[in-house]
Ligand binder design. Structure first.
Ligand SMILES: [Zn+2]
Ligand SMILES: [Zn+2]
Length: 134
């Protein structure tokens, strides 16, 4: 699996992550809008053990996901860049923010999720699921 380097906006935290399928999944859900301040977030899935924090220490923020299960978010405590999150309902998989990875600008969009919450002016780019991935 190829390994990618990531760093937050201020540079206080860095990490490496192994990705099976280096591509973006756009998430249009309302939680992503509020957490990012943008129309959607760019993500992919990988294993819990495939991320290594190589510099600094991440802060955590927890909320209750649509499934009713906790979601643990990990971010830089200085600049608030959101590095990854773990939806406990997904077991040993985590959701990585692909826009923060070196080379992430070259990734293609593989799919879109929570298309029901897409803003009206945002065109469909890839296969879209109305809610979570099926
Ligand atoms: Zn930072
Ligand atoms: Zn989302």
């Amino acid at each position: 699996m190829p390994t990618y380097n990531g760093h937050c906006h201020c540079g206080q935290t860095e990490w490496t992550v192994k990705l099976d399928d280096p591509s973006h999944i756009l998430c249009h859900c309302d939680a992503c809008k509020m957490l990012s301040g943008g129309e959607c977030t760019l993500n992919t899935l990988t294993g819990k053990d495939d991320i290594k924090i190589t510099k600094g220490k991440l802060g955590t923020y927890d909320y209750q996901g649509d499934s009713g299960n906790p979601v643990h978010c990990y971010y830089c405590p200085n600049c608030t860049s959101h590095v990854y999150h773990h939806q406990t309902v997904m077991g040993d998989k985590i959701v990585i923010r692909t826009a923060l990875l070196d080379g992430g600008k070259e990734f293609k969009v593989a799919a879109e999720i929570f298309g029901k919450d897409r803003l009206g002016w945002q065109p469909e780019i890839a296969k879209t699921f109305p809610g979570p991935p099926q």
